[in-house]
Design a protein around this ligand. Structure first.
Ligand code: NIG
Ligand code: FE
Length: 410
């Protein structure tokens, strides 16, 4: 089955399957009057109409002169969780800080209670509906973390929900083990025993069952310090899990340096990161996975994206969808904030949510650019060009979405 997308006003895509850093972050191919030819789930051709291979397509989609880009990749989500946390917001407005709420047994720990109580089927249905919403916004691949179980049974329950979604939902999912998301209440008085449990039992069991590709840790004041985080990430590595790290979200306590030291594939948040941290990341080739919606929602400053690009750190932008610091999976809104708050140019933002995001979750060989051989994941936007896509905000501009060559009906 061959599908031809014709009358593309502008085809915008990064090229290649490597992280785009420095000046290359802003270098994309922009082809006017283009077409894309698809066979089954793969791209056969993407480029100028004049170069399109001859032959009859089984189906023709008229892009109506609009913009086409690769499907968006959301490289950081906490997709699977029980409950919500709407009641924390009024408390925060009265002055309670994110870490104060966590210390008082709320925050992440309150979602841990709801997730432990939730059945697997209930979590599956809730997460599938959320994924439908993400897909409707143009997100065709996504990373999903555990981290609301903090015991082996519930962490595995979350990861099995992700595995079932991998098998049943059109969005491609990549699973991350985040057992080190907080110290569970049971271990409050002796947190190192929880780190021992993670290292000796939970990580080996998760790896053994093949439930995760990455291992992540929340390295933060009052959560896991750099030494504890190092132990977790090294244990993950020893069991074949690639390290990721929530670093310098609130305080710069050495998370970015640790990312460099363990050669993490990516470091996330980096709101408070300093020059030393960024140098370490640049040297080790760590991708910065920036989460501007979280800065917005927590009322924090924004990660120094421009400085990172200057230092040749590849920048990805993701949603950080979770029930606490970011109850939004709208990657289009994260892109708007990338433009307006990080001061990234539209082409830099596009690389951040396509190829660099794909690299951050190990999918760069399959997605992240529109090139022959890659998966036919793409979006026809209700916009003529990238400037328009990033200029408008607050409404869904995804017009037609193709996932693995199939048109998504909404
Ligand atoms: O990435 N920072 C740690 N984890 C999440 C928040 C999780 C929550 O508040 O439930 C984040 O922001
Ligand atoms: Fe997160």
């Amino acid at each position: 089955m061959k599908t031809l997308i014709e009358k593309i006003g502008l085809l915008a895509t990064p090229l290649g399957s490597h992280p785009h850093r420095g000046a290359e972050q802003g270098q994309i191919a922009e082809v006017a009057d283009a077409c894309v030819l698809i066979e089954e789930d793969r791209i056969l051709y993407a480029g100028p109409r004049a170069g399109c291979p001859e032959g009859k397509a089984d189906r023709v989609i008229d892009a109506g002169g609009r913009l086409v880009t690769p499907g968006l990749v959301d490289a950081h989500t906490h997709l699977v969780f029980g409950g919500w946390r709407q009641h924390e917001v009024p408390l925060k407005l009265q002055g309670a800080g994110y870490l104060d709420i966590l210390r008082a047994g709320g925050g992440i720990l309150s979602t841990v209670r709801s997730t432990r109580e939730a059945g697997e089927e209930e979590l599956y249905r809730k997460s599938a509906a959320i994924l439908d919403g993400m897909l409707a916004l143009g997100v065709t691949s996504c990373e999903a973390k555990s981290g609301y179980g903090l015991d082996l049974e519930t962490e595995c329950k979350q990861l099995r929900v992700i595995r079932r979604l991998q098998e049943t939902h059109p969005v491609d999912l990549v699973p991350t083990f985040l057992g080190a998301h907080a110290v569970p209440e049971e271990y409050k008085e002796h947190p190192d025993d929880y780190v021992n449990l993670l290292v000796e039992r939970m990580i080996p069991a998760v790896a053994e069952e093949g439930l995760a590709k990455f291992c992540d840790v929340f390295c933060e004041t009052g959560v896991f310090d750099p030494d504890q985080s190092r132990r977790v990430l090294e244990a993950g590595k020893a069991h074949g899990l690639i390290p990721k790290i929530h670093a310098d979200e609130i305080d710069a306590i050495g998370g970015a340096e640790l990312a460099g030291e363990v050669h993490a594939i990516s470091a996330e948040h980096l709101i408070a990161t300093d020059e030393r941290g960024m140098q370490a990341m640049a040297e080790a080739g760590v991708i910065a996975c920036l989460l501007p919606q979280t800065s917005f929602y927590l009322g924090k400053t924004y990660a120094p994206a421009r400085r990172m690009i200057e230092l040749s750190i590849p920048v990805a932008i993701a949603s950080d969808f979770n029930p606490g610091s970011c109850p939004s999976y709208n990657l289009q809104l994260a892109m708007n904030l990338g433009l307006l708050r990080y001061k990234m140019q539209p082409a830099e933002v596009l690389s951040a949510v396509t190829i660099n995001a794909a690299c951050a979750i190990g999918l760069e060989g399959e997605v992240g650019s529109l090139e022959a051989g890659k998966k036919a994941d793409l979006v026809i936007w209700d916009a003529p060009d990238l400037d328009m896509l990033l200029y408008r905000f607050g409404q869904n501009l995804a017009g037609t979405i193709l996932k693995a060559g199939k048109e998504i009906t909404r």
